[in-house]
Write a protein that binds this ligand. Structure first.
Ligand SMILES: C[S@@+](CC[C@H](N)C(=O)[O-])C[C@H]1O[C@@H](n2cnc3c(N)ncnc32)[C@H](O)[C@@H]1O
Ligand code: SF4
Length: 377
């Protein structure tokens, strides 16, 4: 039996805006490319209805963070965002100092747009820059140019009233060490405290999956990771999760809540939730198609976390936290640990994949994180 208290787990809110200008050939996110006039308003209504019908998952809690993700939220009018944030504020659903993040594609970044977002209540922007190198952007078939990447980072770093993070990708066809090094150095030239650095993954169901791609060798990818660490550490940015780097105090509250096994409510087409109820912990996914979601926003496909599956579910998240967690931190975050979890930690220690105190992967355990996580299976 998993012992849990539905009101004690911190709660975040994720809102999905599915529309994109075009589908990137590597992207496996839930997106659509055919946004028509009036669609935004219909989706807004459905999201509000969905929120109203989710109060039994929220209970007495307030959201510690809100994340507008996609898709491309920056294709949606700021008025829609304003209405959603007003609704959350009016219903007193936001904690003090709630982190409110918003994803943008570089093409939509302008000074006016950023100011409008701040006026609407956004205090953290996440820009999908991917690279400053035109050759790399062309390999990714992105719809923005190198000059858009430069323009976006410059404008965002000048905005002192918001926190900024950017996404960069490495391990791309024809990308060499020099190109990634330049990308990272350009990033470090700006006053930005957070970076998401993703290795390109080739997901089934994407156009890249069906192509013969000339990806960099494993050796080159390792050199890229080594150089990235050197450059970022020299600039006081430290890895705190598999793909996340930050200066002290600038870690993403929203993402940390996922990895610390907090609850999150997902609204919008295909959005994922993890909620603690008085009976169980469950993961839920909304209907994926925009039209279906609008017709029935509260419909979900649910998976209950069983005691047998709980250790793995927990390890998949907690082990991503680079600094690890002491048992006190685990307790203070109201994370329930079964006896079987402690036994599996012992196995991990013997295999040199886990450190002796609390839950922390060794250097080797972090490098081979899948193997380490699988100990908890
Ligand atoms: C789903 S996108 C949403 C933000 C925005 N639409 C964009 O593309 O910039 C979030 C981030 O996921 C990353 N991403 C998406 N697919 C990926 C893949 N197959 N491999 C690595 N990173 C990926 C990109 O860096 C992207 O910025
Ligand atoms: S813009 Fe972002 S969300 Fe849209 S298809 Fe490209 S990677 Fe995916």
């Amino acid at each position: 039996m998993i012992k849990i208290d539905p009101n004690k787990s911190p709660l975040s809110l994720y809102i999905h805006f599915p529309w994109c200008e075009k589908k990137c050939p590597y992207c496996d996110f839930n997106i659509e490319v055919n946004k028509k006039d009036g669609d935004e308003e219909l989706l807004l209504k459905a999201i509000i209805k969905d929120l109203d019908q989710s109060s039994h998952y929220i209970n007495d809690r307030k959201f510690a963070s809100v994340y507008f993700g996609g898709g491309t939220p920056s294709l949606v009018s700021v008025k829609i965002i304003e209405q959603l944030i007003s609704k959350l504020t009016n219903e007193e659903l936001l904690q003090d100092k709630c982190e409110i993040s918003f994803e943008l594609n570089p093409k939509e970044v302008s000074e006016d747009y950023l100011n409008d977002l701040v006026d609407a209540g956004i205090n953290r922007v996440s820009i999908g820059i991917q690279s400053f190198d035109q050759k790399t952007l062309t390999s990714l078939e992105r719809n923005h140019k190198s000059e858009d990447s430069f323009n976006a980072i410059k404008l965002a770093s000048n905005m002192k009233s918001v926190n900024t993070t950017i996404d960069l990708i490495y391990g791309i066809m024809d990308q060499n060490l020099d190109s990634l090094t330049k990308d990272l150095k350009i990033f470090c030239d700006y006053d930005i405290d957070h970076l998401s650095l993703y290795q390109l993954t080739i997901e089934p169901n994407t156009i890249f999956y069906k192509k013969e791609l000339r990806l960099p060798s494993e050796h080159l990818v390792e050199s890229m990771e080594f150089e990235a660490k050197n450059i970022l550490n020299k600039n006081q940015l430290f890895q705190y999760e598999v793909s996340s780097w930050a200066r002290n105090g600038s870690q993403s509250k929203h993402n940390m809540n996922y990895w610390m096994y907090g609850d999150y409510l997902g609204l919008g087409p295909g959005a994922h939730s993890k909620v603690t109820t008085k009976d169980n912990i469950k993961r839920m996914v909304k209907l994926k198609k925009v039209a279906s979601y609008i017709l029935d926003p509260s419909k979900t496909v649910d998976t209950i976390i069983t005691p047998e599956g709980y250790d793995l579910d927990l390890a998949m998240n907690l082990l991503r936290v680079k600094s690890g967690l002491s048992f006190d931190e685990i307790k203070n975050n109201n994370i329930f640990i079964q006896d079987s979890f402690v036994e599996k930690i012992e196995k991990g220690i013997k295999a040199n994949l886990l450190e002796r105190d609390g839950l922390k992967a060794t250097d080797m355990g972090y490098k081979f994180l899948n193997d380490t996580v699988n100990i908890f299976n």
